[in-house]
Design a protein around this ligand. Structure first.
Ligand SMILES: [Zn+2]
Length: 118
């Protein structure tokens, strides 16, 4: 497991994951990764984005479903399944990253709106 490719700046947490914001259920995995989107002026805005893997909400996504299937078989990440887990997690993060672009923009707008209100 020493020479496998690790996604840059992506952090995965299996313990202490917060509840799913959509259904309040138990999320299996929390991923933190850099968000790269552009603001109104076309400037890249660095930031950290979080994504939760929820068995109830995410099983419809192909990449998430494969990852959930792995959790269903092995409830722990071990040296034996780490490689499979890493590649499935990377694929899932890729899909989440694309899906959340609009949400990030919305969050940023909400943030500006809140600041304006206060
Ligand atoms: Zn959920």
């Amino acid at each position: 497991m020493s020479d496998q490719h690790v996604e840059e700046e992506v952090h995965l947490k299996l313990d202490g994951t917060p509840p799913c914001p959509q259904c309040g259920g138990v999320a299996l995995l929390l991923a933190q990764f850099p968000s790269a989107w552009r603001n109104n002026r076309g400037e890249a805005v660095p930031g950290l984005k979080e994504a939760l893997l929820c068995p109830a909400c995410d099983h419809g996504e192909p990449a998430a479903a494969e990852l959930l299937a792995l959790f269903a078989v092995d409830d722990q990440i071990s040296p034996e399944n780490l490689e499979v887990f890493s590649s499935l997690a990377a694929a899932w993060i890729e899909s989440v990253r694309h899906r959340t672009v609009d949400e990030e923009r919305l969050e940023s707008e909400l943030e500006s709106w809140r600041r304006g209100e206060l």
